[in-house]
Design a binder for this molecule. Structure first.
Ligand code: F6P
Length: 492
């Protein structure tokens, strides 16, 4: 039987009815902003946030996250909480507020200046500063206090998201051993040789071993984690149960490749507004009779955006018949803008845009359109539908949910996915056109191959990818995770 919202609801009501669920992430699922003097709500550019929002809408509970919208404080009640989603409230969003200093040291500094490049093997060097590390510890403590203040007397599952909180599991477990603490690490876990350069490797591993269950996308990342622990700490690794035992405490480590709410994307893609917007975009961007390519990412150096644009240049040189017949749209907001590597990336994308357009542009036709503003999921849906080929060229990516969103959105079974082999999604979507994103010629050839494929081949590949994602959706992911949690031998 397929996993869907109802089945998760039944599982939670039947097996976890005595528990409350508290989810913790740095990025909040809803941000309040001011628009024309009124408070409005948007979802941030995070595949993780929209996927987990579907789940929390199903299970209910509390989501603890840092406030990041300019109107967030005004939208909250006296307890820093607001019910979401705004149109039909299903769960509580409890915000906490970080000072600029905390955000600089914890988010920009240690999480994204040290751990992010440490875990993604893209040849960007991590920066390890004592002051960032101290702030990372302090902010993990601040989140621990916020979570503990939500727990009360109820039996509680705390479900932590990502590398922003490597220390939080241990802090929570030490404060309240009754808590069932689990974490999902959304980015890759590197091999020991890469990880060992971190000056606080031991503390990070000890923090993570506060979890009862620790999830990665791939078995490969789990194996890297086992090896890292084995070579860093005194611990017993049990490869039969996939568990680590340290000082009487067990942590189960398992792969759970994350996914999306397939039906939510398929519905958005089918909506009449999407069809209307497609027609409008074709007209507005002069796309009549033009094939469309799409890239959609936060501007992040791990996503291989310059590599993709360099490949576009090669594509137009090598296949000149596509000049005036193909337009590539690169969409997605700027991200982590205070970090020098991100500033440099932003400038590189601008300069490639200028170079490619000045080289090939003729009349109304533009080879490349770049949009760096925020787009809602409803606004993205028509682009997914318009794209004859979508290019995901991450240099390294834990999963990449955009690839799965694209497949879910192709309700017409058309479109083609060019996908980096260095993504988690690349292990699952075997009917995509696989590329090595470090090799621009390879990307250019794959775009050509995808555009030239017969309608039957494109439909066959797309059907296979859609059916995989439909079955292995976010509810399937959650069902496996919750079942693994339920079977843990945890004390009352
Ligand atoms: O996928 C990794 C991740 O860090 C998510 O946890 C996060 O929501 C997303 O990338 C966006 O990054 P940020 O929250 O730093 O904008």
């Amino acid at each position: 039987m397929a996993w869907d919202r109802e089945r998760i609801k039944e599982l939670v009501e039947e097996k976890l009815k005595d528990y409350q669920i508290i989810l913790v992430s740095n990025r909040e699922p809803y941000m309040h902003i001011y628009r024309e003097g009124e408070i409005d709500v948007i979802m941030p550019a995070s595949g993780m946030a929209i996927a987990l929002d579907s789940l929390m809408q199903t299970c209910g509970g509390t989501w603890v996250a840092a406030g990041s919208g300019e109107a967030d404080q005004e939208a909250c009640d006296g307890q820093n909480a607001v019910m979401v989603p705004p149109q039909a409230p299903k769960y509580k969003l409890r915000r906490l507020w970080l000072t600029r200093e905390e955000e600089d040291g914890y988010y920009y500094g240690f999480a994204n200046g040290a751990l992010w490049p440490l875990c993604h093997i893209v040849y960007s060097r991590p920066h390890f500063l004592n002051s960032d590390w101290e702030m990372y510890q302090a902010v993990n403590r601040k989140f621990a206090d916020a979570v503990l203040s939500e727990v009360g007397d109820k039996r509680t599952i705390v479900f932590i998201q990502d590398y922003h909180f490597a220390l939080l599991p241990r802090m929570l477990k030490e404060a309240d051993p009754r808590l069932l603490v689990c974490q999902f690490w959304h980015i890759p876990w590197p091999n020991f040789e890469a990880f060992r350069i971190c000056p606080w490797a031991k503390e990070i591993l000890e923090g993570l071993l506060g979890n009862d269950l620790l999830g990665f996308h791939l078995q490969y990342h789990c194996n890297n984690f086992f090896d890292t622990v084995d070579r860093t700490l005194e611990a017993r690794i049990d490869m039969e149960q996939f568990a680590i035992f340290r000082q009487e405490k067990a942590t189960w480590v398992k792969p759970f490749p994350i996914s999306i709410d397939f039906e939510r994307f398929a519905e958005m893609a089918r909506a009449p507004e999407t069809e209307a917007r497609m027609a409008d975009f074709r007209h507005r961007f002069y796309l009549e009779g033009i094939k469309v390519g799409l890239g959609l990412d936060r501007l992040d150096y791990t996503k291989g955006i310059p590599e993709r644009l360099e490949a576009l240049d090669i594509f137009f040189q090598k296949y000149p018949q596509y000049q005036r017949r193909f337009t590539f749209m690169q969409l997605g907001p700027q991200s982590r803008v205070h970090i020098p590597e991100y500033k440099a990336l932003n400038a590189r994308v601008d300069s490639l845009e200028e170079e490619i357009n000045s080289k090939y542009r003729t009349g109304r036709w533009k080879p490349l359109l770049v949009h760096k503003g925020h787009l809602s999921h409803e606004e993205i849906a028509p682009f997914y539908r318009l794209a004859d080929v979508m290019v995901v060229s991450s240099l390294h990516d834990g999963m990449n949910l955009v690839a799965k969103e694209y497949a879910a959105s192709r309700v017409d079974n058309d479109g083609a996915l060019v996908l980096s082999s260095f993504t988690g999604a690349g292990r699952e979507l075997s009917c995509a056109y696989a590329i090595n994103p470090y090799h621009p010629e390879d990307i250019a050839d794959a775009i050509f191959q995808a555009l030239e494929a017969s309608p039957q081949e494109r439909a066959g590949r797309m059907r296979a990818m859609r059916s995989w994602v439909q079955e292995h959706n976010i509810y399937y992911w959650a069902g496996r995770y919750l079942r693994a949690l339920m079977h843990l031998p945890v004390e009352d």
